[in-house]
Design a binder for this molecule. Structure first.
Ligand code: ATP
Length: 274
């Protein structure tokens, strides 16, 4: 298990459970694995392991899954901070939660702190929204931001603590977070291209007998606007339909149909975004 002392258990994700994104995977492995594998070379050359990695890109394109792959493959303990939970009344003192998370991360190093949807934690919209009586200088979010900056600056170089964050809205991220020694790698996670869609479809159908007329190449062509999550959904729906007819009648193999499957509308479809 990945759990070592404090942290959350991550469902293990292998790099080839993620379709496409070869350059992104390579970049992440270099940033995370090389400083460990080539520790001596790094210190001889005065190279520093990145302190923080910010992943950005459209929803449903595997940012969270990539972080799980990093955690799985590095064997690091994993601590996750989510915006909605951080500001809920159950948690109470948000700054204290941040401080404690960093504290625990140091104790359980090598470790990864993951800030999911970081724009909801320290995004600009929080500073202007709901404004009015705030006085502008001391909102909870501003205090959380300065706590985070302090904590990130306090992480020592060889401490084995890596901070990873994900966002769909990189434009909302406070620039102070992007300075050297903070999120010093910013990585774009794009929607899947043709080859990635083909790989994703074969990942999610690899254990399932396919009907003779299922052509994953053709399917990859007709799913231009689909995200990885959409493709996963499409395969899941098709598997359910196959299962249903298997239960009710003779053996059915999986058919995948893009048209007519209303639930499987691509989420990046510009029409849907209106
Ligand atoms: P959000 O911004 O909404 O949190 P995200 O970019 O973090 O989205 P994930 O949560 O990682 O996306 O992905 C959603 C689902 O889609 C996951 O179950 C994931 O396995 C699947 N998925 C997305 N992209 C891929 C891919 N390239 N290969 C395999 N599965 C993928």
């Amino acid at each position: 298990s990945l759990q070592r002392g404090y942290g959350v258990v991550v469902e293990p994700v292998k790099w080839n459970d993620i379709g496409g994104l070869e350059p992104v995977k390579r970049q992440l492995r270099q940033a995370v694995e090389w400083p460990v594998l080539y520790k001596d070379t790094f210190s001889r050359l005065g190279l520093k392991a990145p302190r923080g990695i910010l992943l950005y890109g459209p929803p449903g394109c595997s940012k969270t899954t990539l972080v799980k792959a990093i955690a799985t493959n590095s064997g690091a303990s994993f601590l996750s901070v989510n915006g909605a939970a951080l500001y809920s009344s159950f948690v109470g003192d948000s700054e204290k939660t941040i401080r404690e998370t960093f504290h625990q991360a140091r104790l359980s190093a090598p470790s990864i702190i993951f800030f999911d949807e970081i724009d909801t934690i320290v995004g600009k919209r929080n500073f202007s929204a709901g404004g009015g009586g705030d006085g502008g200088g001391d909102s909870v979010q501003e205090r959380v931001l300065s706590t985070m900056l302090n904590e990130m600056d306090g992480v020592e170089n060889a401490s084995g603590v890596l901070i990873v964050a994900a966002t769909n809205r990189v434009d909302l991220i406070d620039k102070a977070l992007l300075r050297p020694g903070r999120f010093d790698r910013v990585v774009y996670v794009p929607p899947p291209d043709l080859e990635a869609r083909r790989q994703i479809l074969s990942i999610y159908t690899r254990d399932i007998p396919l009907a003779e007329d299922v052509d994953l190449d053709a399917l990859a062509q007709t799913t231009e606007m689909f995200t990885g999550a959409d493709l996963q959904n499409l395969c899941r729906e098709a598997a359910l339909i196959a299962l249903r007819s298997r239960v009710l009648g003779p053996m059915a193999k999986m058919q995948i149909k893009v048209e007519g499957a209303d639930e499987n509308k691509p989420s990046t479809d510009p029409v849907n975004e209106e």
